[in-house]
Design a protein around this ligand. Sequence first.
Ligand code: RRO
Length: 589
Amino acid sequence: MKTPFGRRLCEVVENRASGGYRIFSLLDAGGPEPLPGQFYMLATESRWEERGGRPFLPRAFSAADVGPPEDAGRRLDFLIEGIGPGTNRLCALQTGERVWVNGPLGNSFSAPDALAPGAAGAILVGGGIGIAPLALLRRQFAARNVPTRVLLGFRDAAHSGGLDDLFACCEVGLASEDGHVGHRGYVTELLEAMLAGDDVASAAIYSCGPPPMLDAVGALCADRGVACELAMESPMACGYGACYGCAVPKPGGGYARLCVEGPVVRAGRDGAPLFAPQAEQEGGQAPAGRREEAPGVEFCGLKLRSRVINASGTFDAIAARGVYGDALLEDFPFAAFVSKTITLKPRAGNEPQRIWETPAGMINSIGLPNKGLEVFLAEDLPRLAELPVPLIVSVMGTSREEFARLVEGVAGREQVAAIELNVSCPNVHSGLIVGEQPSETLALLESVRPLSSKPLIVKLTPNIADPSAVALAAEEGGADAVSLINTLKASAIDPATRRPGIAAGHGGLSGPAVRAVAVAQVRSVAAAIDLPLVGMGGVGSGADAVELLSAGASLVAVGTENFRDPRAGERIAKELLSYRDMDETLNLD
Ligand code: RRO
């Protein structure tokens, strides 16, 4: 059974202390049984975003235990430590409260035989909160009679105090940094001693814990020639490939998104994580075809079923189809799909850390990771053409010539309904941002307009004093529409390190935090030009969409809200319809 498309509400049936952690249990009536290593994105239904707009993004948790299927659903157990606004809120959950659940997500641990052919057994090595996915793995191995040894490390006795909750009926080798329980020191020292024995040469090793521990486990296993899988962690906003936040370096260059290429990764010969090629989507049935519906809205000659589309870079339809299967096509959440921006040459994207939660929003510095024009056309375009809605391809060049080659490249493809010119990315070091200068924007339009009769939509930057001047230049140059706002240049300092939370030092702010700016800029641009506008910036509800439509937008794009709710577009389009009766001046049909 595939992971259901979207998020669902699950009731809390228990929340209890377990040593230095808590274990809370949800009753899941909607999802398949998780495999060991898989995770869920969780946010409480109420009082999420209560104080100062945080927590805002859902949090990722591995399943630590799973109950049998029952009429009311299946019990899912999660291990948690309250270390910030999100985890503290989840720690305070009361029985009967509900939690938004998206999952199970990601890949899972392999069987010992698949990891190490002929393996005599398994060794599980866990550290701190990382013991959670190993607890579920141990249960699976016990049910299959796989001989399993367990080594766990904790900071202190308090944190190891709940061990029996997850590792009862099994012998555990313990280490603690303060020496109050078990070996004084690191769990990797226990592993090193164990690997010195003759009987472990053919064992398969599974590990989860803090990054330095995983590095040490990977290195030890590489040294001894023992096969090893690591369950890794990285900050993520969405869990299903949309946000590009959970990037981790790949050996040989580039980055992998841990949510769709992990979280379980095999350690290579040098101990560093090796990423298997991304699993192909299941099903792969022929295109569902464009949905035949009464056309609702006309935009630049495109017939759209609603006024709600996605903001570029906030929904990866190919990754989402891999996670949710063809249910994505059946209930596609947007009336048109805008691709992540592509460039002429492939780009790996920016160094992590790429995302940072802020009050009512987040900062990103993703840095335009993409396959480049040629591979996009060969690999991604045919798959995007299977979506049941018109396709808008977003492009960005570092010069007029590059923009021209990109426009020519995509305009010639019949699958492409329109082109968005991204002249406003805050996260690339290409010198001049075209969209900051009316004269550059005009010159760009004059050079690319003759290359295509397809609608050209110019994505404006909010990071200048007067976006209207650039919008006017786009209009004069022959653009068909403008879209705004891209993200606001922003930075955050991690109080723990007093260094920027984003590796690049700054990034672009999005989410409800920017909505008032978006409304103001949409109003002023709409007053200045005659072109239609796509309004975006912190839209999370029908009411938010009404603000932008009332300010002068013809369409609204949903961005950051997709990370919290994969079906946000559909929900917002439905909510928007209820405004038709209230406000006849709003052109909602
Ligand atoms: O990839 C990004 O970092 C990015 C892009 Br292209 C953009 O246009 N806006 C943004 O906030 N991030």
